[in-house]
Design a protein around this ligand. Sequence first.
Ligand code: FAD
Length: 474
Amino acid sequence: MSDKYDVIVIGAGPAGYVAAIKAAQLGFSVACIEKWTKKDGRPSLGGTCLNVGCIPSKALLESSHKYESTQHEMAEHGIALGDVSFDVSKMMTRKDQVVEQLTGGIAGLFKHNGVKHLFGKGKLLAGKKVEFAPQDGGAVQILDAGNVILATGSVPVEIPPAPLTPGKIVDSTGALEFTEVPKRLGVIGGGVIGLELGSVWSRLGADVVVFEAMDKFLAVADQQIAKESAKIFKKQGLDIRTSTLVSGTEIKGDDIHVTFKDGDGEKSEIFDKLIVAVGRRPYTDGCIASDSGVTMADRGFVHVDDFCQTSVPGVYAVGDLVRGPMLAHKGSEEGVMVAERIAGKPAQVNYDTVPSVIYTHPEVSWVGKTEEECKQDGVPYKTGSFPFAANGRALASNDSAGSVKVIAHADTDRVLGVHIVGPNSGDMIAQAVIAMEFGSSAEDLGTIMFAHPTVSEALHEAALAVDGHALHIA
Ligand code: FAD
């Protein structure tokens, strides 16, 4: 085995594996060190996203949504189904098969592009050297790298009031592996992951309470859309409690006693499972030697410049390990940028147009500035909104909850942000990202022709509404 590579990537999540493939496509010799091991001991590529994150959660969201739609929606379409049942173990098997297919797909892409997967742990040393400890216990090797890309990702944050207890108090990974539907499920954290996992189990019949310490629901989102989303989720049965801080847990037999403080003081409720979904922290444990020269930023992130270069020239860090939203597509784009910059190309990532999506039903999606951020930054703005209740396709589909909001600069009309809660908004938000990337004005978006009948017409109408001229609303 060669012990020198043009590029060594540590970590094969969506940031690292994409960086590795892109670097190989640009003609570099590339090794990607990844330690992820499946339960049966086989190596697995794809990181958190493919193994225990984006993909398995979406598989379960889809299965649970399909079941849920048989409970109410089908009848409204005039379809009578009789008794419908589901099998959690089959849902889990399907989820695992999707994960298997996609992680295997990355292995295939590595082979196709000539990326060497080194199965084991990597550690950045001084002088752009990398220590590789093979997973099979083989001799530790010191590899030379022209460039190193750190992509070791993140892990769930644990909190003292709710220590993880297998099968009872679990993190997001444990919540993707329940063997039966909990009767009463507590979720600590009303963020993206808490809402998605809470929705899965709520749709399958669990009584779900979401504890959110902050006084605002979805504080990072535009508050008009966040409030509308909260109403929709509450109607679906999610019991979302803001300003509610979990202060302790105790397991007694099968019960988990959860103590929390809300506006009325301290209370306790019993659950049979509890998901801790309070965020993720960058993972650097044993990945970076103290004399490597790489410096750290706040909260455990690796310090990087705008182009993901660390304090050591030729050493880069991408994905959840560095500042910015912890999202797979953000990490992947950073991986591409870094590979291209190593090849001398003037690549960059536009952090103003990173889309965020919560894959509930309806989906909550946004890009760019919220109204609150415009106010805080003193940016003059105007807004236009349009409800899906006035959109023909949404009504025809019986999926008309939610709305689109466009925020544009008051003087230039340039689109500053788009915020949606509504059907397929995770796909629709891409239209807003493209518009913003091309510097579109709200008028441009209102002038462009959208196919009829599509839910995307709601974006067109919201853009027209910015200047008060939406067509299909009184
Ligand atoms: P990771 O995916 O965490 O990968 C890092 C890899 O590095 C891991 O495979 C790890 O084993 C490896 N590694 C670490 N240290 C070493 C070492 N020393 N040697 C070798 N290998 C090492 N994001 C979205 O954009 N959309 C979603 O829908 C979405 N859903 C999510 C749902 C859940 C339940 C969770 C938990 C996360 C979700 N995310 C989603 C977030 C997304 O998974 C992360 O943002 C993304 O995986 C980060 O990519 P990364 O490559 O930076 O790190």
